[in-house]
Structures are given as structure tokens and as C-alpha cells.
Design a protein around this ligand. Structure first.
Ligand code: ZN
Length: 304
């Protein structure tokens, strides 16, 4: 609210020909819970937002301990954007302890969540899969929700947010086409892969490729020896061509599965976080392109 009043005041000053004070440049302070959401907020918000990301590049938002700086950013925020679907289990406490009064926008609102099968062996029976961003169709819903939240928090920016969102949605549309074309180039019987945690359920469903993971949809629980043994047998029996490392997970487990099953390590996928800006997955679009190129390279090629 303060923000809007300052903008109004600076408008008045400009109208009567006085020089604009420094606060005329003031941006909307927004907090996003993790790096992928931040990229969406940056795309839609552009120059009008001052963005703070809680869980940064290569960070694991399933298990995170907020810092005093996070609490400070939360207290100053005029909008907080979260994934929801119980992805950020630590967030409710942070909102409370920081005293934040900012509206909380849930970017997955309106998305049909993937249900986890009861008794999937990971103790998540009946829960919902939070990794909705792994389908580009869902990413478009994230963008629509963020557009709505930013426009409510900064109504003067509405037209600018709408223009940004439209341009970005066109890029997502093209991205979706590229992913589908790449999958089509992989022989149907080779469209299967292993990752360490179960982050690619939405990707699997949207694009027709099977992902198997020894760890459940959260990284909180370690994979049991029994789960790992089961996966190794499955890789051998179903001739799964490749196993993938993840940027947020320890590579040890995947390397063990590769060693004991004979599957090749197909590279590193970005599941729950972007890379740093110098890395191969500095934005959501770069991340999806990187992932699909790793997947195609590893699966389209003949037997190792
Ligand atoms: Zn995850």
C-alpha cells in the first residue's frame, strides 16, 4: 500500500514539474520460494519487481532451513509466491516467525495434481506430487497465477505484466513443441529412465516417457536398500537405457545403480532448481531444453 501511495505522490510531483525523488523508482518487493518460481516472476514482473529468492540455484526446497535474511525479506515483501502442493514444508513457520502480512500467491492454483499411489513404498500414500512445473502446460498456469498476483499487488503495472506474460507464454508454447519433437525422435521402447528422486511425474505424464526413482517425491527420506535393489532388477529386466544424475541430489546412489545394473549415466537433469546463471539451466526454458537434450542423447542412441 505504501508503495502505491509513493507512486501517486511521485506522479503529483512530476505533474507540477518538480524533480522526481529517489523513491519514484521503488519496485514491488516480491519473495519467491525457489529459483524456478523466481524465473517466472522475473519474466512477468520485469523491471517493476525487486525479487528475493529463498532457495537459490541447485538448492533443495524439500529440505531447507530459512535464514534470518529470509525472514527479513519476508517481512518487507508485498507479495510472496510459493509452489504449494506441500513442496515448501518449512514455509508456514517462516511466514509466522517473520510477521509477514504479504498476500501469499500459490502458483499451482488450478493445476490438477498428480496423486501418489497409496503404498508406493515411499511413505507418501495418498499425497500429491509437487513437481508440477515439469510440464510446460502447467508452467503456463504458473504464469497466469503470477500475472494475477502481481497485477493485484501493483495495479499500475497490470498492462506491463500482461505484455510480459503474453511474450513469455509464446516462448513456452514453442518450448512445448520442441520437447514433443525430441521425444518423438526416441524409439518408443527406449522412453524410460531412472532419476534419484521422483521429480519427473508430470513430465512423464505430459510427454510419454517413464521415470523410475528409488527415492520418493520428496528428498526428505533416504532410499532404502530394498528400493535400490528393486530398481537395479527393474533396470536389468526392462533394459532401461540410462540413469540420470540430478542437480539437487547426491550422485552416489545413481552411480551405484549404474554400476550394478550396467545402465549408462546419461548426464545431469535439473529437477527442482535452476543452475546458476553461468550454468546450462539458468532459466526455466534453458532448464527444460537442457533436460530434453540430455534425455534424447542418452535414450535415442543404440544400446551402450
Ligand atoms: Zn523434488
Amino acid at each position: 500500500m505504501l508503495n502505491r501511495r509513493l507512486l501517486f505522490l511521485s506522479g503529483l510531483l512530476a505533474a507540477i514539474g518538480l524533480p522526481l525523488p529517489a523513491f519514484a523508482q521503488e519496485k514491488l518487493p516480491v519473495v519467491a520460494s525457489f529459483s524456478i518460481l523466481s524465473d517466472f516472476v522475473r519474466e512477468v514482473g520485469g523491471e517493476r519487481v525487486a525479487l528475493t529468492t529463498l532457495v537459490g540455484p541447485d538448492g533443495d526446497a524439500h529440505v531447507y532451513s530459512p535464514t534470518p535474511a529470509d525472514a527479513k525479506a519476508m517481512a518487507a515483501a508485498e507479495l510472496v509466491v510459493v509452489n504449494g502442493l506441500k513442496f515448501e514444508g518449512w514455509l508456514t513457520r517462516l511466514v509466522k516467525s517473520s510477521g509477514s502480512k504479504a498476500p501469499l500467491a500459490t502458483a499451482t492454483d488450478g493445476i490438477v495434481p498428480l496423486k501418489l499411489q497409496a503404498g508406493d513404498g515411499h511413505g507418501h500414500g495418498g499425497g500429491e506430487d509437487p513437481h508440477a512445473w515439469q510440464s510446460v502446460a502447467n508452467a503456463k498456469i504458473y504464469v497466469a497465477n503470477i500475472l494475477r498476483a502481481l497485477s493485484a499487488a501493483d495495479p499500475a503495472g497490470k498492462a506491463s505484466f500482461e505484455a510480459n506474460a503474453a511474450a513469455y507464454l509464446a516462448k513456452l508454447e514453442a518450448l512445448e513443441g520442441e520437447i514433443k519433437a525430441a521425444i518423438a525422435r526416441i524409439p518408443a521402447d527406449r522412453r524410460k529412465a531412472i532419476t534419484s528422486h521422483d521429480a519427473f511425474g508430470y513430465f512423464a505424464k505430459a510427454y510419454g516417457i517413464a521415470f523410475i526413482a528409488p527415492q520418493g517425491v520428496s528428498t526428505e527420506a533416504e532410499a532404502s536398500a530394498r528400493d535400490v535393489g528393486r530398481i537395479i532388477r527393474q533396470v536389468k529386466a526392462q533394459k532401461v537405457p540410462a540413469v540420470f544424475l540430478e542437480n539437487i541430489s547426491n550422485p552416489r546412489l545413481i552411480e551405484q545403480i549404474a554400476r550394478e545394473s550396467g545402465a549408462r549415466v546419461g548426464g545431469r537433469l535439473y529437477s527442482d532448481a535452476l543452475s546458476g546463471s553461468e550454468g546450462p539451466a539458468g532459466t526455466y526454458i534453458a532448464m527444460m531444453k537442457h533436460n530434453i537434450s540430455q534425455i534424447e542423447k542418452a535414450l535415442a542412441a543404440g544400446p551402450a
